[in-house]
Design a protein around this ligand. Structure first.
Ligand code: PHB
Length: 386
């Protein structure tokens, strides 16, 4: 009898132990505080919504999302990545709000053979820094080259570029500039503004003096409102200078804050909260209900990052070894709220539609309204090296 109790107690312990072993930790690292906190807020909400809508169980495993705040500091990202892999046995790392943060985790992903799913950062070269990096955000060349093509076809001949002076800004400057010049356009000035404590006003004054047809701008998500306010204050729109850019500057998270000065801005990007599809309508409604704010492209990047985790775990039937998960992620295809997407098996970058959009008012609210689609764009940086 006593033995019977002991045996069932042991069985119970084993049951508890094996139930615990069924948890799969996914380590999310994002700036939840600091100047890029809006990215962390959006990414966290996007990843959590995926789990809420699809259930926490996949292939017999329970997903445990561990969210860590790197404050936007690369040394913190690296330490958190190390801890998540070594102490929490994370099966995948996800997030990475800025390029330097994605790069800081790359050696950890390589060494631990754990997939690093970049859902936010967007400098083209990131995926080349570890064979374990897979991306569900976008690349700046992917958005900037289509913007240049549209500009030339729509009577814009002279452009000043203004970009934030680090990886993604330099990609935007290069890929907009080169594509624009190749198609017959002229870049009259290429301005770079520091990432830390940016004051765009003196730069914007220099733009006014050049009298271009348009200003092409890249600022990282979260910085659009500062730029747009200063652009409006200097009267550039009244002077007939158009605003074009990648969609980071008219970020859905900031459009309401920017207000009417955003009206008419034309940008190229992979996601708008106004994207007209049943998948997106469902996504936006559920997101707003859960969070009380509108999703932006950082939310969709993280939502799709979780979709990729689920897809991979289903493919491995719940096995969590990194190389198997990585293999399952390569070539994955699904319908995102942004439209059809796939992971290029060679570059591990996302292939997706790039939409040309204009800021318009719908029912009293500002939206990036899509009016043209460049279908299934691969990152041109990697394509150019072939
Ligand atoms: C980046 O640092 O890679 C980055 C951040 C915000 C963006 C785009 C790129 O909106």
């Amino acid at each position: 009898m006593k033995l019977g109790i002991l045996v069932s107690a042991l069985a119970l312990c084993a049951g508890v132990a094996s139930a615990a072993a069924e948890d799969v930790t996914i380590g999310m690292i994002e700036p939840m505080t600091g100047p890029s906190a809006s990215t962390g807020k959006q990414a966290k909400a996007g990843a959590e919504l995926y789990i809420a809508l699809h259930g926490a169980t996949v292939a017999g495993k329970t997903i445990k999302l561990e969210i860590k705040d790197d404050t936007g500091a690369a040394d913190v990202t690296k330490r958190l990545a190390q801890e998540l892999v070594a102490n929490d046995h994370a099966a995948a790392l996800i997030g990475f709000g800025l390029t330097p943060l994605a790069l800081a985790a790359a050696p950890i992903a390589t060494e631990a053979k754990v997939p690093e799913i970049v859902t936010s950062a967007a400098t083209a070269v990131i995926t080349e820094k570890s064979p374990f990096i897979v991306r569900t955000s976008f690349t700046l060349p992917q958005a900037s080259a289509p913007m240049a093509e549209w500009a030339v076809k729509n009577g814009i001949k002279k452009v000043v570029t203004i970009v934030t002076d680090y990886g993604p800004g330099l990609d935007a400057e290069k890929w907009f500039g080169e594509t624009f010049k190749k198609a017959g356009g002229e870049i009259v000035q290429a301005i770079r503004v520091p990432l830390k404590n940016p004051d765009f006003a003196p730069f914007i004054q220099r733009v006014a003096d050049d009298k271009p047809d348009a200003v092409f701008v890249f600022v990282p998500s979260g910085f659009g409102a500062i730029f747009m306010k200063q652009f409006a204050e200097r009267g550039l729109a009244e002077a007939g200078i158009k605003l074009i850019g990648t969609g980071d500057v008219t970020d859905d998270d900031q459009l309401a804050d920017i207000g009417d000065p955003a009206l008419g801005a034309v940008t190229a990007h992979h996601y708008s909260a106004a994207h007209d599809s049943p998948e997106n309508k469902e996504f936006v409604a559920a997101f707003e209900k859960a969070n009380g704010f509108r999703p932006n492209f950082m939310a969709v990047g993280a939502y799709d990052g979780m979709a990729l985790v689920y897809h991979a775990l289903e493919a491995t039937k719940g096995a969590t070894d990194g190389p198997a998960l990585l293999a399952a992620m390569k070539g994955a295809k699904w319908t995102s709220p942004r439209g059809p997407v796939e992971i290029d098996p060679d570059t591990r970058d996302i292939v997706q539609n790039v939409y040309i959009r204009k800021v318009e008012k719908k029912d009293g609210q500002l939206f990036n309204v899509e009016f043209a689609t460049v279908p299934m764009v691969k990152d041109p940086f990697k394509a150019s090296k072939k």
